[in-house]
Design a protein around this ligand. Sequence first.
Ligand code: RB5
Length: 142
Amino acid sequence: MKVAIGSDHGGYGLKLEIIKHLKERGFEINDVGCDSPASCDYPIYAKKVAAEIKDGSAELGILICGTGIGMSMAANKEDGIRAALCHDVFSAKATREHNDANILCMGARVIGPGLAELIVDTFLDTDFSNDERHVRRISLYS
Ligand code: RB5
Protein backbone atom coordinates (compact mmCIF):
# COMPACT_ATOMS: atom_id res chain seq x y z
CA MET A 1 0.00 0.00 0.00
CA LYS A 2 1.21 3.52 -0.83
CA VAL A 3 0.94 6.03 2.00
CA ALA A 4 1.46 9.80 1.67
CA ILE A 5 2.75 11.58 4.75
CA GLY A 6 3.31 15.24 5.57
CA SER A 7 4.00 17.45 8.54
CA ASP A 8 4.83 20.96 9.57
CA HIS A 9 7.75 21.78 11.89
CA GLY A 10 5.69 20.77 14.94
CA GLY A 11 5.21 17.27 13.56
CA TYR A 12 8.55 16.85 11.82
CA GLY A 13 10.29 14.68 14.44
CA LEU A 14 7.33 12.34 14.92
CA LYS A 15 6.93 12.09 11.15
CA LEU A 16 10.48 10.75 10.82
CA GLU A 17 9.77 8.11 13.44
CA ILE A 18 6.53 7.08 11.72
CA ILE A 19 8.25 6.88 8.32
CA LYS A 20 10.97 4.62 9.77
CA HIS A 21 8.35 2.41 11.39
CA LEU A 22 6.23 2.11 8.24
CA LYS A 23 9.21 1.40 6.00
CA GLU A 24 10.18 -1.42 8.35
CA ARG A 25 6.64 -2.73 7.93
CA GLY A 26 7.06 -2.66 4.14
CA PHE A 27 4.84 0.29 3.24
CA GLU A 28 5.76 2.50 0.30
CA ILE A 29 5.95 6.03 1.69
CA ASN A 30 5.76 9.36 -0.13
CA ASP A 31 6.94 12.13 2.19
CA VAL A 32 5.63 15.43 0.78
CA GLY A 33 7.52 17.55 3.39
CA CYS A 34 8.32 19.56 5.33
CA ASP A 35 11.98 18.63 5.19
CA SER A 36 13.36 20.26 8.33
CA PRO A 37 12.24 21.47 11.77
CA ALA A 38 12.24 25.08 10.49
CA SER A 39 8.96 26.93 10.97
CA CYS A 40 6.53 26.47 8.08
CA ASP A 41 2.81 26.58 7.23
CA TYR A 42 0.85 23.35 7.81
CA PRO A 43 -1.85 23.95 5.12
CA ILE A 44 0.79 23.57 2.38
CA TYR A 45 1.44 19.98 3.45
CA ALA A 46 -2.22 19.20 4.14
CA LYS A 47 -2.99 20.15 0.52
CA LYS A 48 -0.06 18.08 -0.79
CA VAL A 49 -1.15 14.91 1.00
CA ALA A 50 -4.78 15.55 -0.04
CA ALA A 51 -3.66 15.86 -3.67
CA GLU A 52 -1.87 12.50 -3.45
CA ILE A 53 -5.12 10.88 -2.27
CA LYS A 54 -7.29 12.69 -4.81
CA ASP A 55 -5.18 11.71 -7.84
CA GLY A 56 -4.74 8.13 -6.63
CA SER A 57 -0.98 8.37 -6.05
CA ALA A 58 -1.54 7.18 -2.48
CA GLU A 59 -4.32 5.11 -0.93
CA LEU A 60 -4.15 6.66 2.54
CA GLY A 61 -2.45 9.68 4.10
CA ILE A 62 -0.97 10.79 7.40
CA LEU A 63 -0.63 14.42 8.54
CA ILE A 64 1.17 15.53 11.68
CA CYS A 65 1.43 19.00 13.19
CA GLY A 66 1.67 20.21 16.77
CA THR A 67 -1.93 19.43 17.66
CA GLY A 68 -3.23 17.72 14.51
CA ILE A 69 -6.08 20.22 14.52
CA GLY A 70 -4.84 22.63 11.86
CA MET A 71 -3.91 19.74 9.56
CA SER A 72 -7.36 18.15 9.90
CA MET A 73 -9.14 21.46 9.30
CA ALA A 74 -7.07 22.20 6.20
CA ALA A 75 -7.30 18.68 4.74
CA ASN A 76 -11.07 18.52 5.21
CA LYS A 77 -11.50 21.58 2.96
CA GLU A 78 -10.43 19.40 0.02
CA ASP A 79 -13.07 17.53 -2.02
CA GLY A 80 -13.09 13.79 -1.37
CA ILE A 81 -10.97 14.06 1.74
CA ARG A 82 -12.16 12.61 5.03
CA ALA A 83 -9.43 13.49 7.50
CA ALA A 84 -9.75 12.19 11.06
CA LEU A 85 -7.90 13.57 14.08
CA CYS A 86 -7.16 10.54 16.27
CA HIS A 87 -5.22 10.32 19.50
CA ASP A 88 -6.46 6.89 20.55
CA VAL A 89 -6.59 3.46 18.94
CA PHE A 90 -10.37 3.07 19.22
CA SER A 91 -10.99 6.23 17.15
CA ALA A 92 -8.43 5.19 14.53
CA LYS A 93 -10.24 1.86 14.05
CA ALA A 94 -13.72 3.37 14.12
CA THR A 95 -12.96 6.14 11.66
CA ARG A 96 -11.75 3.63 9.06
CA GLU A 97 -14.70 1.27 9.63
CA HIS A 98 -17.44 3.92 9.88
CA ASN A 99 -16.19 7.05 8.08
CA ASP A 100 -13.85 5.51 5.49
CA ALA A 101 -11.36 8.18 6.59
CA ASN A 102 -8.57 8.54 4.05
CA ILE A 103 -6.21 10.74 6.08
CA LEU A 104 -5.10 10.26 9.69
CA CYS A 105 -4.13 13.45 11.57
CA MET A 106 -2.15 13.47 14.80
CA GLY A 107 -0.54 16.04 17.07
CA ALA A 108 3.08 15.50 18.00
CA ARG A 109 2.66 17.76 21.04
CA VAL A 110 -0.29 15.66 22.23
CA ILE A 111 0.89 12.03 22.07
CA GLY A 112 4.23 10.22 22.09
CA PRO A 113 5.74 8.03 19.39
CA GLY A 114 4.71 4.72 20.96
CA LEU A 115 1.01 5.52 20.92
CA ALA A 116 1.31 7.26 17.54
CA GLU A 117 2.73 4.07 15.99
CA LEU A 118 -0.15 1.99 17.39
CA ILE A 119 -2.66 4.51 16.05
CA VAL A 120 -0.99 4.54 12.62
CA ASP A 121 -0.88 0.73 12.47
CA THR A 122 -4.54 0.47 13.44
CA PHE A 123 -5.58 3.08 10.87
CA LEU A 124 -3.66 1.45 8.02
CA ASP A 125 -4.66 -2.11 8.94
CA THR A 126 -8.41 -1.45 9.24
CA ASP A 127 -10.74 -1.58 6.21
CA PHE A 128 -13.94 0.38 5.66
CA SER A 129 -16.90 -1.78 6.73
CA ASN A 130 -18.85 -1.04 3.50
CA ASP A 131 -21.94 -1.27 5.68
CA GLU A 132 -24.93 0.28 3.88
CA ARG A 133 -25.68 2.75 6.68
CA HIS A 134 -22.13 4.06 6.73
CA VAL A 135 -22.03 4.36 2.92
CA ARG A 136 -25.29 6.34 3.08
CA ARG A 137 -24.06 8.64 5.85
CA ILE A 138 -20.83 9.42 4.01
CA SER A 139 -22.81 10.15 0.83
CA LEU A 140 -24.86 12.73 2.76
CA TYR A 141 -21.80 14.99 3.14
CA SER A 142 -19.64 14.04 0.18
C1 RB5 B 1 2.56 25.38 14.95
O1 RB5 B 1 3.09 26.13 16.00
C2 RB5 B 1 1.19 24.83 15.30
O2 RB5 B 1 0.26 25.87 15.28
C3 RB5 B 1 0.80 23.75 14.33
O3 RB5 B 1 1.75 22.73 14.37
C4 RB5 B 1 -0.52 23.07 14.59
O4 RB5 B 1 -0.64 22.65 15.91
C5 RB5 B 1 -1.70 23.79 14.14
O5 RB5 B 1 -2.85 23.35 14.26
